[in-house]
Design a binder for this molecule. Structure first.
Ligand code: FSO
Ligand code: SF4
Length: 545
């Protein structure tokens, strides 16, 4: 196997024997085969659009399948087989409709792929189309091509979350399929690939905007909300991942059962949504970021529901208590499927009722969430006045993923050292490095504002754009600095979006992507002033002068 799509890749260069994330070689091969099949499928889908052949949900399917290959989503080899077969079924039906219109171009090999009949033969088939066997010889083009593929995995994740809540945009699907089809091309120069990477960033803005509309349209705009960090006596279910609808369904199905619902990791911001927080048994938040789940899940005295990434190999002690749903999967963990009219979480509920629950109340303080674009822009006048009066000197967006590798305490130290006349906006699971710090307020506005999940990066973009408008300047002229941490491919998509918006001077850590070549990095440094993090002191000094 060879995989270098995430930040924790082995030796900073690539996982070759087994993934640091726990991905086995067979899963790696099946993911590569699925991506290859989707590249071919996209070539056919692009042709179908051009020829007005009716779409039967190809875009949504492509996103769903692509999302399943994102880091820490699905580790269950068997789940990839029906997806591969569905790619081929859908592809052949589009081809037949095209042929009926007299359109039968020369399809790329990927668009003619026939998956082998059994697992033993599928794995070598996947290995043959892995990154190492990419016929592309130009290292920089290969680097940008992989950047586009990884960015598209992130776009697909956002599009899938939005689709689950009924929000779709044909222009977004068209962009995803067009870009994925282009990744099969061998006739594009470096400039064209740079453009594709920026196009991927723009597609991601569309996806994030759609997801924002889906989340806020369904559950209301998040409002500032205090979330208890301890526990309350009684039976309990812990929900992790990112999916709001799964949480909503679970909250409804546990109403009146006496079970309290807790969030873990990226589900924390869900407490700010009016239509979710209205449930009295939606108690609070338990634990921190995804990489601490082995310890935190093992100690949780109830059932656990994993709705999306990031799942880690469950310890034996809680394998029987953890349930997966949606695209997330782990071999041996019980999986809850969609049954046509929703999901039936009774197995999770039964498990929670059979488990001890919390014997007593545990008070561990609280944190504030709910500072999405609507809440922050609601106090925009106060913020703008505070900036003009010199009460707020600078804004820092300290955002992105958390992870297991060392070096991430940079972000804790950075936030601790941000001067008191500066605000910190944060989003995604990297916030758990400092989310419970009491940073006080400036003129009644908390200095630490939790904008939401990584899925809410659009909120940060909207806040920055609105501030730039208010000050009649560009985003790069604002007293705003972006200090980002990345781990998986949603972060790649967000970075490409920021570059597409022309945002400069981003600091990125804890290490740079292994799939970026020195030449591509030089280009990013020269054109966008992108830089790796150094030390909190040096970076703060460089930013604040
Ligand atoms: Fe974190 Fe994982 Fe949300 Fe990522 S839980 S690391 S960017 O997959 O999704 O922030
Ligand atoms: Fe390695 Fe990351 Fe790929 Fe997992 S997703 S195999 S850790 S590079």
């Amino acid at each position: 196997m060879f995989c270098y799509q995430c930040e924790q890749t082995a030796k900073g260069s690539g996982c070759t024997r087994i993934g640091v994330c726990g991905k086995q070689p067979d899963v790696a091969a099946l993911q590569d085969l699925l991506v290859y099949a989707l590249q071919g499928f996209s070539q056919v889908a692009v042709e179908a659009r051009k020829n007005h052949v009716a779409s039967g949900g190809e875009g949504a399917f492509t996103c769903r399948a692509l999302f399943s290959t994102l880091t820490n989503v699905n580790f269950d080899a068997a789940r990839f087989v029906p997806m591969l077969n569905e790619v081929v079924e859908r592809r052949e039906s589009l081809k037949a409709a095209l042929a009926a219109k007299g359109v039968s171009p020369a399809w790329h090999e990927a668009a003619r792929l026939v998956p082998a009949a059994d697992m033993a033969a599928l794995v070598p088939q996947g290995e043959a189309v892995g990154i190492e066997n990419d016929p592309e010889t130009d290292a920089d083009i290969k680097s940008l091509k992989q950047t586009v593929i990884y960015g598209l995995k992130g776009v697909a994740a956002y599009a899938d979350h939005a689709e689950i809540l009924g929000q779709e945009n044909p222009a977004l699907y068209e962009a995803v399929e067009g870009l994925l089809a282009d990744t099969l091309r061998t006739d594009m120069d470096l400039g064209a690939w740079v453009q594709r990477a920026l196009d991927c960033g723009n597609a991601n803005i569309m996806a994030m905007e759609l997801l924002d509309a889906a989340n806020t349209g369904t559950y209301g705009h998040p409002v500032p909300t205090e979330v208890p960090l301890g526990a309350t006596q009684g039976k309990a279910i812990l929900v992790s991942g990112h999916d709001l609808k799964d949480l909503d369904m679970l909250l409804q199905q546990t109403e009146g059962t006496g079970i309290n619902i807790y969030t873990h990791g990226e589900m924390l911001p869900c407490h700010g949504y009016p239509e979710l927080k209205k449930h009295e048994h939606f108690h609070g938040h338990y634990g921190t970021a995804w990489q601490n789940q082995l310890k935190e899940f093992a100690a949780f005295p109830g059932a656990i529901l994993m709705t999306t990434n990031c799942i880690q190999k469950p310890a034996e002690s809680y394998l029987g208590n953890i349930f997966t749903t949606g695209l997330v999967g782990w071999p041996g963990a019980a999986h809850i499927t969609e049954n046509g009219s929703g999901k039936d979480f009774s197995a999770v509920i039964e498990k929670a009722l059979a488990m001890p629950g919390f014997a007593q109340d545990e008070d561990k303080g609280s944190v504030m969430v709910g500072f999405g674009h609507n809440a922050v822009l609601g106090v925009a006048d106060t913020v703008i006045d505070a900036v003009k009066a010199g009460d707020i000197r600078h804004f820092f967006l300290v955002a992105g993923c958390d992870g297991a590798r060392p070096g991430r305490n940079y972000y804790t130290e950075f936030v601790e050292k941000v001067p008191e006349d500066c605000m910190v906006l944060t989003l995604a699971c990297g916030k758990f490095r400092f989310f419970d710090k009491k940073l006080g307020d400036i003129g009644g506005i908390p200095r630490l504002l939790d904008v939401g999940q990584c899925n809410d990066a659009y909120s940060a973009v909207k806040i920055a754009t609105a501030l730039a408008e208010a000050f009649d300047c560009g985003i790069n002229d604002l007293p705003l600095s972006l200090v980002l941490s990345w781990y998986e491919q949603k972060a790649v998509a967000i970075l490409l979006s920021l570059l597409a918006l022309g945002v400069k001077d981003i600091r990125l850590g804890p290490s740079l992507p292994a799939f970026i070549t020195p030449n591509v990095l030089n280009f990013l440094v020269e054109k966008y002033d992108l830089k790796p993090i150094s030390t909190p002191d040096e970076d703060l000094k460089a930013i604040l002068g």
